[in-house]
Every structure is written in structure tokens, then in C-alpha cells.
Design a protein around this ligand. Structure first.
Ligand SMILES: [Zn+2]
Ligand SMILES: [Zn+2]
Length: 697
């Protein structure tokens, strides 16, 4: 006799097992009509799931109460759309073998193995969408059926797709390790045995017509299990929504994103260059990009000094022993550049005829000393902390460095500034006493708030990663964890922005706080993190002398709130669409004399701006003034000072601000220079706001 508790706390009692759909219908016809799925005791399920015991039930509809899109609904719609697309492609491309098709952040994909010479192209998307439309219009139910592991494996084997056999085997293995009763489930799009079906855990929307809006978007190549040595597959991407309006909004956002692509703007504005001859994922900051980076470093550096941080510098390499102690080697070997070996060891090894396999073995065992390009800055900072005796009075010790690290990303994953192989973190390590953790976390978040505020990134949220239920994988005392987790929660709360707690997302060595920024067109970017660490102080046997004269272990906080300067700059380029505020702009003021007659006055203005520390150029080319204004606009220069003979006579400057169509007005010469210097120093988000006199003509 199940008692079902609804999200508002009310209950419904049934005499017999009941489907989630029936409960929805009993609540109201409107809800039953809108329902796409159900959450039973927090687990997303089909609406047809039978509830036979007491449970919490929430009906999933396309939108949440506040009108925003429900991410569970999106999951159901997209997963269902992946099935519909797979059926459509199976019909249109006979011989295709399906591999795996999950929902992803922007939509869904399906990995497929097409027979050679029969791989679809973007020209086929309309045809595929039309076939999908046919399936959607038939409004067939998604019908789940289950089999025991033995029968299910027999079915998969008889069907003969090695990919599906592998999926089935993995599903059985996963069930076994979690101790569950191993069953396999299929979803038929319609009637089992008659209509198309796919091995699938589910859940799905009730019928195909509930996938109201969809689009096949792109093709990419992928590998089976992501393994470059395994079968090459075609990944067909699509997206889907519960309504046409949502899909349209999404497509519009993608259009806008294209215009903001930092790789395109980076090239157009000469900010950075990635050169095949230097190496993939290794960023060359060009002069314009270097200005932005330097301004960011100065800004962050000033804030750090105010918070009592000390700047340090450390080399880009360190001995393997250092990383053996920290645990970065050999455990994260896959994501590092291979070790560097010195000349003497190298020639000794050559003489011995040492093979590559030998070498790697002996490096791992520590029989050969080598160096590593540093994958992390922590070990170096730890050695600075350990280089002198520390007392409780010295703590916290806050060591900051714009530290460059190197990581081996798979070549398929690198691109632009957001996935790179060498990057500079806005890194710092805080060594503190247990009782100082909360205060130090607050300080870290205060800094984040200041910087996001200055950059006009108002829309951001915070994720607090906590321990998961299997408590044995975490190092450190449970009571310390409790305190650290509470400190993370309190710090996150103090920011006054939305935050979520994510059990199981902590690192094994401590809880963490992550930052996710939403840009002006609504995309989310994961930036950096603040992490509490009990582990490295143990591994490096760090200590300080307490007030009780005994030896104590400090706690470490790692923090790189913006992740890396590369990634952060990439996000900023897209956030501002390349039109940076004055303080970050590579060129701040373009001085344009209308004609030769005003060259001298323009020269004087340019010199005065330059003298005041502003980045300015004088454009005295013989192009028509309208053309020169257009060029300045294309280069997204925040301020263009246009001067003619009349301006010279009256010692004023006519001003055009980037992004504003008409001339903004004018300012007296000296006031103009002073006001710009002030906007630059204060890192104003708007330039010359309220300081310009409109021109009356
Ligand atoms: Zn599925
Ligand atoms: Zn660290």
C-alpha cells in the first residue's frame, strides 16, 4: 500500500502499486498532460514506472515553477531524441552500427560506425530531420522491457553487434559490482518486436511526439571507448528541446556565440597565436594579448598584496622525486609531458643499450633521476614553506605565483585558449592552522567577488564539492572534514550568489569550491577552484610549532579562482566580444585628426595621453576620416578622439565611444586626459560616463 509524498509535502495513499503517470493524473489533468517523466526518491524514471512502496515523487515537466527549463526534462527529451535520430539514420543508412548515444550539455550525440564510403555529410541533415519528423508525428510510445543478464546477453549476442554486446557486458558488470540484480533493458520506439529498439537504461519521455523540437547539428569523428587505437567512429550531434521556442532561443545563442568565438576575435585583434611549429596547445601571447594579461596580473596582484599574500617565483621544472613525494608521478603520468633526463644519465643508458620500456620502468621505480615539466605549482610552494621553521604566529603563510604548468591534453581536445598544454595559473597556496581555514576561505572568495564585480561578470554561481557516501576513500580525520565542509558552505553562502552542494565532488584530500560564470549570452564557463587539502601536508611532513610548543600539521588551501590566465582571457574575450573596457584594452585611445591642418593639435593630444600613461596611437594616414573611424571601430578601440581645426581653436576633443553610433560629444583637452587616466586607474566598466558634453551644432 504505497504512500506517495509529493514535493509540497502532501501525501497520496494507494491500495495497490501505481504508475507515476496515474499519480500525475490524480493530481490534475494539466500536470498529466505536461508530464515528461518522474523523479522517484530522487531518481529520474519513466512516467510508466510502477511505484509499489512508499516513495517521494516529483513529476518532471518541461519547465520549473520559476519558468526556467528543467534540466531533468531536457535530459529526457534529448535522450529520447538520440533514439529517434538513431532510428532515422538506421533507416536511411542501411548497414550502420550504433554504438552509444548519451545526452550532453548542448544536446546529445550518437556514436555510429558507418560502412566505408557511406558516411553522412552535413548535406544529409535535412533528410535525417525529415525522417525524425515522421517518427515524431507517429507519436509512438517509448516502451521499456527487461531481461535477465543471461537472456539479455544471449539476445545481444544473437543480434551480433560487437558494440551492443560490449555495452550489454558493461551494464552487467556494473550491476554486479554494485551488487544489484543484473538485468538488461531495451526501449522500443513503439511495440517491442515490431518497432525499432535500443539497448538502454532509460529513462525516456512517454511518446515520440514529446520531442517537440530537434535539430541535427554537426558531425565529428570519435573513437570507440575514446581510445585512439580502437575503431574510428562518426559522432552525430543533435540538440532537442520540449518546445520550438526553446530550440529557437538556443540556435540564436549559438549564432551569437559564433560572433564571440575567442579564436576568431583573438586572430582579428592580434591577441594570441598558436603555431604548429611551436606546438599544439602552446599559446604565444602577441603584444595586444600580452597587454590584457599584464593588466589582469597587475589587478590580481594588487588585490593579493592587500590580502597579505607574498609573491614567489619558482622554476618550470622540478626533480621527479619531488613529484613522487607529492604523488603527481607516476600516478598522473598520462596527463604530463614525459620526464627530462640529464646528459650523463642519458649517455650511460645509451651505453647499456637501455630500451624505452626499461627506461620508463626505471624512471617509475626511481632508479634514474629525471625532471618533470611541472604539472602543478604546489610542490614548489610547499618546499618554500618547509625551508624555514614555522611557528603558529607565522601562520597563515600565503604564497602566490602566476605559475606556469604543463599538462598533456589529448590532441583532439585542444583548441584556442580554453584547452591548452601550457598555462599560467593565478595560483596560490595558503598554509594555515585548522582554526584559520574558514577565515582564509572567506578571503579567497572576497577576491573572486572583487574581480568578477570589476569585470561585470555578475552572473556566477558556486559549487561546493563535499564527501560522497563511501567515506573510506578520503584522507584526513572525519571531524576535520566536517569543519572544512562547513567552512566551505559558510564561505559560499557569504558571497550572496546561488550555490549548490555536490556530495561526492570533493577531492580525496579535501572539500572544494568551484566557480561557474554565465556570460552575457547565457553560456556557463567553469573557471577555477578553491580546495582544502589535508593530504599534501602529510606527504611532505609539514609542520609548525604550536602555542603549546608541540608540533602541529598545517592545513593547505590551493586556490586558482580563475583557473588559468589563458582560459580566463578566452572567457573574457567572449564575454566582451573583444570590446574590452578601457583598462584592459590593448589600445585605449585612437587620435584622429580630420585633416592635415589639425595634425599638430592631434600630435599634442597624443603626446599628452601617452605621457599620462595611456595606450594611444595617432592615425595621420591619408584615408578619409570616415574610413579611419570605421577601422578604429573594427579594432574595438574604446575611445576615438576626433580633432579638427575648430576643436584645436577651442582646445576641446570630439569623442566617439566604441559601440555607440553617434559622436558622444566633446570635452576640454585637459579634462579628457584626466578623466581617462581616472577611468583607467579605477578600472571603470564604462568609459567617461557622465563626463562628456553633448555637442550642439
Ligand atoms: Zn537510450
Ligand atoms: Zn596547488
Amino acid at each position: 500500500m504505497p504512500v506517495i509524498t509529493l514535493p509540497d509535502g502532501t501525501t497520496k495513499t494507494y491500495d495497490a502499486p501505481v504508475t507515476a503517470a496515474k499519480v500525475a493524473a490524480d493530481i490534475g489533468a494539466g500536470l498529466a498532460k505536461a508530464a515528461l517523466g518522474a523523479k522517484i526518491d530522487g531518481v529520474l524514471c519513466d512516467l510508466s514506472t510502477i511505484i509499489s512502496r512508499d516513495a517521494q515523487l516529483a513529476i518532471v515537466t518541461p519547465k520549473k515553477r520559476d519558468g526556467t527549463i528543467d534540466s531533468d526534462a531536457l535530459f529526457l527529451v534529448r535522450h529520447s531524441a538520440a533514439h529517434i535520430m538513431a532510428e532515422a539514420i538506421s533507416t536511411l543508412f542501411p548497414g550502420v552500427q550504433l554504438v552509444y548515444g548519451p545526452p550532453v550539455e548542448q544536446g546529445f550525440y550518437y556514436d555510429m560506425a558507418f560502412p566505408a564510403g557511406h558516411i553522412p555529410s552535413a548535406d544529409d541533415f535535412t533528410k535525417i530531420e525529415q525522417e525524425m519528423a515522421r517518427i515524431v508525428a507517429q507519436d509512438r510510445p517509448f516502451t521499456r522491457y527487461e531481461m535477465s543478464a543471461t537472456d539479455g546477453m544471449a539476445k545481444a549476442n544473437s543480434e551480433g553487434s560487437k558494440y551492443k554486446i560490449d555495452n550489454a557486458q558493461r551494464a552487467c558488470d556494473a550491476a554486479k559490482t554494485s551488487g544489484a540484480n543484473a538485468t538488461l533493458s531495451w526501449y522500443a520506439t513503439g511495440t517491442p518486436g515490431e518497432n525499432w529498439e535500443d539497448l538502454c537504461r532509460g529513462p525516456h519521455v512517454p511518446t515520440t511526439a514529446r520531442v517537440a523540437a530537434y535539430k541535427v547539428t554537426t558531425l565529428a569523428s570519435s573513437y570507440w571507448h575514446g581510445d585512439e587505437k580502437s575503431d574510428r567512429l562518426t559522432r552525430v550531434y543533435g540538440t532537442a528541446f520540449a518546445s520550438k521556442a526553446e530550440l529557437d532561443a538556443h540556435m540564436k545563442q549559438l549564432e551569437e556565440a559564433k560572433l564571440r568565438d575567442h579564436r576568431v576575435i583573438g586572430k582579428q585583434l592580434q591577441l594570441f597565436h598558436i603555431d604548429e611549429m611551436v606546438g599544439q596547445g602552446l599559446v604565444l601571447w602577441k603584444p595586444n594579448g600580452a597587454v590584457i594579461r599584464q593588466e589582469l596580473q597587475t589587478f590580481i596582484g594588487e588585490a593579493l598584496r592587500q590580502q597579505g599574500y607574498h609573491q614567489v617565483f619558482t622554476p618550470h621544472i622540478g626533480k621527479l622525486d619531488l613529484y613522487r613525494t607529492s604523488g603527481h608521478f607516476p600516478y598522473y603520468r598520462e596527463s604530463q609531458y614525459p620526464p627530462i633526463i640529464d646528459h650523463d644519465s642519458m649517455s650511460a643508458l645509451a651505453k647499456e643499450g637501455c630500451t624505452c620500456a626499461d627506461l620508463s620502468n626505471r624512471l617509475e621505480k626511481g632508479e634514474i633521476e629525471g625532471y618533470l615539466l611541472k604539472p602543478m605549482n604546489c610542490p614548489h610552494h610547499i618546499r618554500i614553506f618547509a625551508s624555514e621553521p614555522r611557528s603558529w604566529r607565522d601562520l597563515p603563510v600565503r604564497l602566490a605565483e602566476f605559475g606556469t604548468v604543463y599538462r598533456w591534453e589529448q590532441s583532439g581536445e585542444i583548441g584556442g585558449l580554453t584547452r591548452v598544454r601550457g598555462f599560467t595559473q593565478d595560483d596560490a597556496h595558503l598554509f594555515c592552522r585548522e582554526d584559520q581555514v574558514a577565515h582564509e576561505l572567506q578571503g579567497c572568495l572576497k577576491l573572486v567577488k572583487l574581480i568578477f564585480g570589476t569585470l561585470g561578470m555578475k552572473d556566477y554561481r558556486v559549487r561546493v564539492g563535499l564527501r560522497g557516501p563511501e567515506s573510506d576513500k578520503y584522507v584526513g580525520l572525519a571531524e576535520n572534514w566536517d569543519k572544512a565542509e562547513q567552512a566551505c558552505r559558510d564561505a559560499a553562502q557569504s558571497l550572496g550568489v546561488p550555490f549548490s552542494e555536490e556530495p561526492g565532488e570533493a577531492a580525496f584530500y579535501g572539500p572544494k569550491i568551484d566557480f561557474v560564470v554565465r556570460d552575457v549570452i547565457g553560456r556557463s564557463w567553469q573557471l577555477g577552484t578553491v580546495q582544502v587539502d589535508y593530504n599534501l601536508p602529510i606527504r611532505f611532513d609539514l609542520s609548525y610549532q604550536g602555542a603549546d610548543n608541540k608540533t602541529h600539521r598545517p592545513v593547505m588551501i590551493h586556490r586558482a579562482p580563475f583557473g588559468s590566465l589563458e582560459r580566463f582571457t578566452g572567457v573574457l574575450i567572449e564575454h566582451f566580444a573583444g570590446a574590452f573596457p578601457l583598462w584592459l584594452s590593448p589600445e585605449q585611445v585612437r587620435v584622429l585628426p580630420i585633416s592635415e591642418k589639425s595634425d599638430a593639435y592631434a600630435q599634442e593630444l597624443h603626446a599628452a595621453l601617452h605621457q599620462a600613461g595611456l595606450r594611444t596611437t595617432l592615425d595621420t594616414t591619408s584615408e578619409r576620416v570616415q574610413n579611419r573611424i570605421r577601422i578604429a571601430a573594427e579594432q574595438k578601440i574604446p575611445v576615438t578622439a576626433i580633432v579638427g581645426p575648430r576643436d584645436a581653436e577651442r582646445r576641446v576633443v570630439s569623442i566617439r565611444l566604441h559601440g555607440k553610433a553617434e559622436n558622444a560629444g566633446e570635452m576640454p583637452f585637459d579634462d579628457f586626459v584626466t578623466a581617462l587616466v581616472s577611468d583607467y586607474r579605477t578600472r571603470a566598466s564604462e568609459t567617461l560616463a557622465g563626463k562628456i558634453t553633448p555637442t550642439t551644432k
